[in-house]
Design a protein around this ligand. Sequence first.
Ligand code: IPM
Ligand code: MN
Length: 346
Amino acid sequence: ARSINLAVIPGDGIGTEVVSQGLKVLRAVLPQEVKLETEEYDLGARRWHATGETLPDSELERLKAHDAILLGAIGDPSVPSGVLERGLLLRLRFAFDHFVNLRPSRLLPNTPTPLAGDPEIDFVVVREGTEGPYVGNGGSLRTGTPAEVATEVSLNTAHGVERVVRDAYERANARPRKKLTLVHKNNVLVYAGHLWKNTFDRVGREYPEVTTDYLHVDAATIFLVNDPARFDVIVTDNLFGDILTDLAAAITGGIGLAASGNINPTGEFPSMFEPVHGSAPDIAGTGKADPTATILSVALLLQHLGLTAEAARVEEAVTADLHERAALGTRTTDEIGDALAVRVSG
Ligand code: IPM
Ligand code: MN
């Protein structure tokens, strides 16, 4: 018998609501012999207001002991912008070396898309998660004056780029279409761009079966709308990946369906699974939040833990549920969670 020791960070806003549905489905899908232990961490806006803490070292230390982390959403209008994002969410991604930020996009049947026709969309974005402009390597001179100068330097290391590019090749190689697209902006960002492109080409020689492609990020946004079928696996830097995955969510049923995994492939630290969406304070407490993105993130978590059959059951349940959504009319967060829990256990 095996057990899963899961850390749960519900966070802010709708985070708590969607996480409880995710856990409901997780409990329903796990076979009897897998023991699930959960520990909830009180992190986010409430904690910050009460203690001024975002993520104390002691909590980070305790989190390390878990097999994985399920996170809802972080951020609240009552907290200055960036405090929780940087101090909690990004701190977790950096401290646990989540260098693969995995964001799959699939247009499931009966899912609304703003795109014309009946596009085929089934790709995964491998977004670098620990470097780029996210590292906080910046500063400001003469702050607040008309002569202010602000910098935000993008950090790209050979080690950091190679490990994420290699991971993306592995993923592309394991998919039927075996196609990998590098997205960057190497006509302008020449230093980082060349490191990425050279690494991409060099590592690619080890994967002769993978077809490769390169796109500038601006062109990639056009193709995502006009010809999304051309994408299989995309590898890109932290900021480009942030932007592209919101666009990817918008064309595949919206942010309510977009799942993600912050993965540490070496297993040195726990990986963390979270919906791509934020805390949506405007609808918090109304029961309007769609828990599907969190539930699909639970599928990624199961996959990561090697519970492949259970992951597939969750995905199948979501697909089946989406089939009936239009006919079912508006349901609450809880009702969608219940329906999916029933489906995975049935
Ligand atoms: C995301 C979010 C975060 C990011 C923010 C909240 C820091 O937009 O997970 O995509 O930029 O990575
Ligand atoms: Mn984002």
